[in-house]
Ligand binder design. Structure first.
Ligand SMILES: NC(=O)C1=CN([C@@H]2O[C@H](COP(=O)(O)OP(=O)(O)OC[C@H]3O[C@@H](n4cnc5c(N)ncnc54)[C@H](O)[C@@H]3O)[C@@H](O)[C@H]2O)C=CC1
Ligand SMILES: O=C(O)C(=O)Cc1ccc(O)cc1
Length: 364
C-alpha cells in the first residue's frame, strides 16, 4: 500500500523523521519549508523524495502530515492547514516539545474527517538544522503521543505503526501531564544549564582561568546550554506556567542549600547526595530497544587525526562489536567525546574494562 508523508519544517527533527521514512516500501516523503535557503540545504542532504515551498502542494495528497516547526509557529501552521483541502482521514501530528497548547488549538479548529494526534520524540540534541539530522536519532528513545480521549483509535494505530520506522518506544500520555513532566526533566534543566554557564561566563570576563578549567562535570551538565535560542525561547514561553512553578521549587532548593552550608550541616549534604545518587541509579541509563538492545559508552579522546580509526581497530582486534560510533563533541581546545554503542551487554562491559585499562576516561 502506498503512503504519502509530508514533513513541514525539515530541520533536525523533521529531517531525521524524513530519513527514517524515505525509501521504505510504498512511502513517498515530501518536504516543505517556507524559505528557499533551508530548502536548498535539506534537498542537498537528500532527506526527502520531493521538496516544495508551497504548503498546499506539500499536503494535498498527504496521508500523514508531520508539523516540525518551532513551537511558537505550530498554531499558525495548523490554522494554515485548516484552510487547505486535505485528504479525508489524514493524520496530522507534530513534534513540538510542549503538547497542551497545540492540542487545544487542534480541537478549536473542529476538523471534520481529519485526525490530530500530538507527538513529541524525546530525543534530540543541542544542535539544530538538517545538517545534524540522523536516522539513528530516535532509536530506543521514547516517543510520546498525546491523543485526546475521543481519538479515532484506528488513526492512532496507523500513526503508531508508521513510527515503528523510528525504532522509538511509543508512550501514550495526557497532553497536560506531558507538559508537567517534561517541564521538570527537560525545560527546567535547560534553564539551569544556561544560567550556570552564564554565571561562570561573568566570572570569566575578569579571569579566563574559568574557561580553561571548566571540564568534566561542568561540561557534562551544561551541554544543553548550547541549544538553539529560538527553539528554546518558544518552548519556555509556551510552558511558562509550569516552568515558573518549577523555578519556585528550584529557588526553594537553592535556599535550602544555602542554609545547609551556613549551618555547616555535613549530614544534610551527605543525605542529599545519597538521595540523588539512589534516584539517579534508577534512571534508565542504557536503554533497551524492542528490536535490539543498545548499550552506550562515552570516552574522552584527544583531538588527534586517526583517533576514531584507532579506537574502532582496538575494539575490533578484541572481537568487540560496535553497533555505532558517533562524535558527540569535538573542539580544538578540549578532548572530544565519542559515543560508542553496542548491542551486547558483554561487548559493552569488556570495552569499558579495556578502554579504562588503556587509560581512557570512560563514562556511561
Ligand atoms: N531540538 C531537539 O532536540 C528537539 C526538538 N523538538 C521540537 O521539534 C521542533 C523542531 O525543532 P528542531 O528540529 O530542533 O529545529 P530546527 O531549527 O532544526 O528545525 C525547524 C525547522 O522549521 C522550519 N520552519 C520555520 N518556519 C516554518 C513554518 N512556518 N512552517 C514550516 N516549517 C518552518 C525551519 O526552516 C527549520 O527547518 C520544535 O518544535 C522543537 O520543540 C522535539 C524534540 C527534540
Ligand atoms: O540534547 C538533549 O539532551 C535534549 O534534551 C534534546 C531535546 C530537546 C528538546 C526536546 O523536546 C527533547 C529533547
Amino acid at each position: 500500500m502506498s503512503m504519502n508523508i509530508a514533513i513541514l519544517g525539515v530541520g533536525l527533527i523533521g529531517g531525521s523523521l524524513a530519513l527514517c521514512f524515505k525509501g521504505k516500501p510504498g512511502i513517498t516523503v515530501v518536504g516543505y519549508s517556507p524559505n528557499e535557503a533551508s530548502t536548498i540545504k535539506y534537498v542537498a542532504r537528500g532527506v526527502v523524495d520531493k521538496a516544495t515551498t508551497s504548503l498546499e502542494e506539500a499536503v494535498i495528497d498527504a496521508d500523514v502530515i508531520f508539523v516540525c516547526s518551532p513551537v511558537g509557529l505550530l498554531d499558525n501552521v495548523l490554522s494554515e492547514l485548516r484552510a487547505l483541502p486535505l485528504r479525508r482521514g489524514c493524520v496530522i501530528t507534530d513534534v513540538g516539545s510542549t503538547k497542551a497548547s497545540v492540542t487545544r488549538k487542534a480541537r478549536e479548529l473542529a476538523w471534520e474527517g481529519i485526525h490530530f494526534i500530538g507527538g513529541h520524540p524525546m530525543a534530540g540534541s543541542e544542535r539544530s538544522g538538517v545538517e545534524a539530522a540522523s536516522t539513528l536519532l530516535f532509536e530506543n528513545a521514547y516517543y510520546v503521543l498525546t491523543p485526546e480521549n475521543d481519538v479515532d483509535e484506528e488513526a492512532y494505530e496507523r500513526l503508531v505503526q508508521l513510527l515503528q520506522y523510528t525504532r522509538a518506544h511509543i508512550i501514550r500520555l495526557d497532553p497536560v501531564e506531558h507538559d508537567r513532566v517534561v517541564g521538570a526533566i527537560s525545560h527546567l534543566p535547560h534553564i539551569v544549564a544556561s544560567a550556570l554557564v552564564n554565571q561562570v561566563k561573568k566570572y570569566n570576563d575578569d579571569n579566563d582561568m574559568y574557561v580553561h578549567l571548566a571540564a568534566g562535570g561542568f561540561r557534562d551538565i551544561t551541554r544543553i546550554a548550547s541549544s538553539d535560542p529560538v527553539i528554546w525561547s518558544d518552548i519556555l514561553l509556551n510552558n511558562r506556567e509550569v516552568v515558573l512553578e518549577l523555578l519556585a521549587d528550584w529557588k526553594h532548593s537553592v535556599e535550602n542549600w544555602m542554609e545547609t552550608l551556613e549551618k555547616e550541616d555535613g549530614e544534610r549534604i551527605r543525605e542529599a547526595f545519597k538521595e540523588s545518587g539512589d534516584f539517579r541509579s534508577r534512571m534508565p541509563e542504557r536503554r533497551k530497544g524492542v528490536l535490539h538492545s543498545l548499550y552506550d559508552l562515552h570516552i574522552e579522546v584527544p583531538d588527534t587525526p586517526g583517533i576514531i580509526g584507532k579506537i574502532a581497530t582496538l575494539l575490533g582486534n578484541h572481537q568487540l562489536n560496535l553497533s555505532n560510533l558517533q562524535i558527540i563533541e569535538s573542539r580544538e581546545d578540549v578532548p572530544g567525546v565519542l559515543r560508542l554503542s553496542f548491542r551486547q551487554e558483554k561487548d559493552w562491559e569488556q570495552s569499558n574494562e579495556l578502554l579504562t585499562a588503556m587509560g581512557y576516561n570512560v563514562f556511561v
